[in-house]
Ligand binder design. Sequence first.
Ligand SMILES: Nc1ncnc2c1ncn2[C@@H]1O[C@H](COP(=O)(O)OP(=O)(O)OP(=O)(O)O)[C@@H](O)[C@H]1O
Ligand SMILES: [Mg+2]
Length: 189
Amino acid sequence: MDLLGQVGDTLTPQDPADRLSNLRIELLPIDLIVQWRRCSKMADFLASYFEYHFESRVVAAQVLSTGLNELIENLAKFSADKQRPVSVEISHFGEVITFETQNEARRAEVAALRARLTRMATTDPEELFLEQLEHTASRDRAASGLGLINLKKDYGARLSAEIRAVPDDPERFHVTLQLALEVDAVERG
Ligand SMILES: Nc1ncnc2c1ncn2[C@@H]1O[C@H](COP(=O)(O)OP(=O)(O)OP(=O)(O)O)[C@@H](O)[C@H]1O
Ligand SMILES: [Mg+2]
Protein backbone atom coordinates (compact mmCIF):
# COMPACT_ATOMS: atom_id res chain seq x y z
CA MET A 1 0.00 0.00 0.00
CA ASP A 2 1.32 3.39 -0.89
CA LEU A 3 1.30 5.54 2.21
CA LEU A 4 2.11 8.88 0.64
CA GLY A 5 -0.27 11.67 -0.30
CA GLN A 6 -3.55 13.02 0.99
CA VAL A 7 -6.12 10.83 2.76
CA GLY A 8 -9.48 11.37 4.46
CA ASP A 9 -12.17 13.97 3.99
CA THR A 10 -11.83 16.72 1.43
CA LEU A 11 -11.51 19.94 3.38
CA THR A 12 -12.52 23.24 1.86
CA PRO A 13 -9.28 25.15 1.22
CA GLN A 14 -9.04 28.24 3.41
CA ASP A 15 -7.12 31.39 2.57
CA PRO A 16 -4.71 32.34 5.40
CA ALA A 17 -5.59 35.98 4.66
CA ASP A 18 -9.13 35.25 5.96
CA ARG A 19 -7.98 34.14 9.41
CA LEU A 20 -9.58 35.95 12.33
CA SER A 21 -7.15 34.33 14.78
CA ASN A 22 -4.18 32.05 14.55
CA LEU A 23 -1.90 30.42 17.08
CA ARG A 24 0.89 27.91 16.53
CA ILE A 25 2.85 26.12 19.21
CA GLU A 26 5.80 23.78 18.97
CA LEU A 27 6.72 21.30 21.68
CA LEU A 28 8.57 18.08 22.39
CA PRO A 29 6.53 14.88 22.84
CA ILE A 30 8.87 13.83 25.65
CA ASP A 31 7.46 16.61 27.86
CA LEU A 32 3.96 15.19 27.40
CA ILE A 33 5.13 11.65 28.06
CA VAL A 34 6.83 12.52 31.35
CA GLN A 35 3.81 14.56 32.53
CA TRP A 36 0.74 13.25 30.74
CA ARG A 37 -1.42 15.98 32.33
CA ARG A 38 0.37 18.46 30.09
CA CYS A 39 -1.75 17.16 27.18
CA SER A 40 -4.99 18.31 28.79
CA LYS A 41 -3.41 21.47 30.25
CA MET A 42 -2.21 22.49 26.80
CA ALA A 43 -5.60 21.62 25.26
CA ASP A 44 -7.43 23.64 27.93
CA PHE A 45 -5.12 26.62 27.50
CA LEU A 46 -5.51 26.69 23.72
CA ALA A 47 -9.28 26.23 24.00
CA SER A 48 -9.62 29.07 26.50
CA TYR A 49 -7.52 31.33 24.26
CA PHE A 50 -10.05 30.79 21.46
CA GLU A 51 -13.28 30.69 23.50
CA TYR A 52 -13.80 34.48 23.17
CA HIS A 53 -14.95 33.98 19.58
CA PHE A 54 -18.03 32.13 20.80
CA GLU A 55 -21.26 33.18 22.46
CA SER A 56 -21.46 29.98 24.49
CA ARG A 57 -17.93 30.24 25.76
CA VAL A 58 -18.15 27.39 28.27
CA VAL A 59 -19.56 24.96 25.70
CA ALA A 60 -17.10 26.06 23.01
CA ALA A 61 -14.10 25.72 25.33
CA GLN A 62 -15.21 22.20 26.21
CA VAL A 63 -15.56 21.15 22.56
CA LEU A 64 -12.29 22.76 21.46
CA SER A 65 -10.42 21.26 24.41
CA THR A 66 -11.78 17.78 23.70
CA GLY A 67 -10.63 17.95 20.08
CA LEU A 68 -7.23 19.42 20.89
CA ASN A 69 -6.61 16.96 23.70
CA GLU A 70 -7.19 14.07 21.34
CA LEU A 71 -4.77 15.42 18.73
CA ILE A 72 -2.13 16.36 21.32
CA GLU A 73 -2.30 12.91 22.96
CA ASN A 74 -1.83 11.37 19.52
CA LEU A 75 1.26 13.54 18.94
CA ALA A 76 2.69 12.25 22.22
CA LYS A 77 1.82 8.60 21.56
CA PHE A 78 2.60 8.23 17.88
CA SER A 79 5.59 10.50 17.23
CA ALA A 80 8.55 8.33 16.30
CA ASP A 81 11.21 10.45 18.00
CA LYS A 82 9.95 11.89 21.27
CA GLN A 83 12.69 14.55 21.25
CA ARG A 84 11.85 15.91 17.85
CA PRO A 85 9.57 18.98 17.83
CA VAL A 86 5.91 18.59 16.88
CA SER A 87 3.46 21.42 16.30
CA VAL A 88 -0.18 22.34 16.78
CA GLU A 89 -1.75 25.22 14.89
CA ILE A 90 -5.26 26.59 15.40
CA SER A 91 -6.88 28.92 12.89
CA HIS A 92 -10.26 30.58 13.16
CA PHE A 93 -11.86 31.51 9.83
CA GLY A 94 -15.27 32.72 11.00
CA GLU A 95 -17.47 29.79 9.93
CA VAL A 96 -14.82 27.13 10.44
CA ILE A 97 -12.08 26.53 12.97
CA THR A 98 -9.17 24.28 11.98
CA PHE A 99 -6.54 22.39 13.97
CA GLU A 100 -3.39 21.24 12.24
CA THR A 101 -0.74 19.03 13.79
CA GLN A 102 2.63 18.02 12.39
CA ASN A 103 4.82 15.13 13.48
CA GLU A 104 6.93 12.26 12.20
CA ALA A 105 5.72 8.70 12.70
CA ARG A 106 6.74 5.16 11.88
CA ARG A 107 5.31 3.15 9.02
CA ALA A 108 2.92 1.07 11.17
CA GLU A 109 1.27 4.14 12.74
CA VAL A 110 1.00 5.92 9.42
CA ALA A 111 -0.58 2.84 7.83
CA ALA A 112 -3.08 2.64 10.72
CA LEU A 113 -3.87 6.34 10.42
CA ARG A 114 -4.33 6.05 6.68
CA ALA A 115 -6.63 3.05 7.01
CA ARG A 116 -8.66 4.80 9.71
CA LEU A 117 -9.11 8.05 7.80
CA THR A 118 -9.99 6.20 4.60
CA ARG A 119 -12.71 4.30 6.44
CA MET A 120 -13.94 7.42 8.22
CA ALA A 121 -14.34 9.31 4.96
CA THR A 122 -16.86 6.79 3.63
CA THR A 123 -18.55 5.17 6.64
CA ASP A 124 -21.15 6.52 9.05
CA PRO A 125 -19.34 7.46 12.29
CA GLU A 126 -22.00 5.77 14.48
CA GLU A 127 -21.42 2.50 12.64
CA LEU A 128 -17.63 2.85 12.92
CA PHE A 129 -17.97 3.65 16.61
CA LEU A 130 -19.83 0.37 17.28
CA GLU A 131 -17.46 -1.60 15.10
CA GLN A 132 -14.40 -0.20 16.89
CA LEU A 133 -16.01 -0.75 20.30
CA GLU A 134 -16.43 -4.45 19.54
CA HIS A 135 -12.91 -4.66 18.16
CA THR A 136 -11.40 -3.11 21.32
CA ALA A 137 -13.50 -5.27 23.65
CA SER A 138 -12.49 -8.46 21.86
CA ARG A 139 -8.77 -7.59 22.10
CA ASP A 140 -8.81 -6.05 25.55
CA ARG A 141 -6.56 -3.21 24.43
CA ALA A 142 -5.80 -0.23 26.66
CA ALA A 143 -6.35 2.38 23.92
CA SER A 144 -9.93 2.43 22.70
CA GLY A 145 -8.98 3.53 19.19
CA LEU A 146 -12.04 5.77 19.28
CA GLY A 147 -10.38 9.18 19.54
CA LEU A 148 -10.73 10.40 15.97
CA ILE A 149 -14.01 8.54 15.36
CA ASN A 150 -15.55 10.28 18.38
CA LEU A 151 -14.60 13.73 17.08
CA LYS A 152 -16.48 12.98 13.88
CA LYS A 153 -19.41 11.29 15.61
CA ASP A 154 -19.91 13.93 18.30
CA TYR A 155 -19.01 17.18 16.53
CA GLY A 156 -19.09 16.38 12.81
CA ALA A 157 -15.35 17.06 12.55
CA ARG A 158 -13.80 16.59 9.11
CA LEU A 159 -10.36 15.01 9.10
CA SER A 160 -7.65 14.82 6.51
CA ALA A 161 -3.96 13.94 6.54
CA GLU A 162 -1.07 14.59 4.19
CA ILE A 163 1.70 12.00 4.38
CA ARG A 164 5.13 12.88 3.03
CA ALA A 165 8.39 10.91 2.88
CA VAL A 166 11.20 11.73 5.28
CA PRO A 167 14.42 12.01 3.25
CA ASP A 168 16.87 9.15 3.88
CA ASP A 169 14.52 7.16 6.15
CA PRO A 170 12.03 4.87 4.38
CA GLU A 171 10.51 3.80 7.73
CA ARG A 172 9.48 7.28 8.83
CA PHE A 173 6.91 9.68 7.44
CA HIS A 174 5.95 13.27 7.98
CA VAL A 175 2.28 13.55 9.03
CA THR A 176 0.23 16.73 8.71
CA LEU A 177 -3.19 16.11 10.21
CA GLN A 178 -5.97 18.62 9.67
CA LEU A 179 -9.26 18.75 11.52
CA ALA A 180 -12.04 21.19 10.63
CA LEU A 181 -14.99 22.04 12.87
CA GLU A 182 -18.00 24.11 11.89
CA VAL A 183 -18.35 26.99 14.32
CA ASP A 184 -22.06 26.06 14.75
CA ALA A 185 -21.08 22.61 15.99
CA VAL A 186 -18.61 24.14 18.44
CA GLU A 187 -21.37 26.41 19.81
CA ARG A 188 -23.84 23.54 20.13
CA GLY A 189 -21.47 21.19 21.91
N1 LIG B 1 -0.39 12.14 14.76
C1 LIG B 1 -0.36 10.83 14.39
N2 LIG B 1 0.75 10.31 13.80
C2 LIG B 1 0.81 9.01 13.42
N3 LIG B 1 -0.20 8.14 13.58
C3 LIG B 1 -1.33 8.58 14.16
C4 LIG B 1 -1.47 9.95 14.59
N4 LIG B 1 -2.70 10.09 15.11
C5 LIG B 1 -3.30 8.89 15.01
N5 LIG B 1 -2.49 7.97 14.45
C6 LIG B 1 -2.82 6.54 14.15
O1 LIG B 1 -4.23 6.47 13.95
C7 LIG B 1 -4.82 5.55 14.88
C8 LIG B 1 -6.19 6.07 15.31
O2 LIG B 1 -6.06 7.19 16.18
P1 LIG B 1 -7.14 7.42 17.33
O3 LIG B 1 -6.76 8.66 18.05
O4 LIG B 1 -8.48 7.37 16.74
O5 LIG B 1 -6.98 6.13 18.27
P2 LIG B 1 -5.93 5.81 19.46
O6 LIG B 1 -5.12 7.03 19.80
O7 LIG B 1 -5.20 4.57 19.08
O8 LIG B 1 -6.89 5.46 20.70
P3 LIG B 1 -7.63 6.52 21.66
O9 LIG B 1 -7.62 7.85 20.96
O10 LIG B 1 -9.00 5.99 21.83
O11 LIG B 1 -6.82 6.53 22.91
C9 LIG B 1 -3.81 5.43 16.02
O12 LIG B 1 -3.92 4.18 16.69
C10 LIG B 1 -2.47 5.60 15.30
O13 LIG B 1 -2.04 4.37 14.76
MG1 LIG C 1 -6.02 8.91 20.08
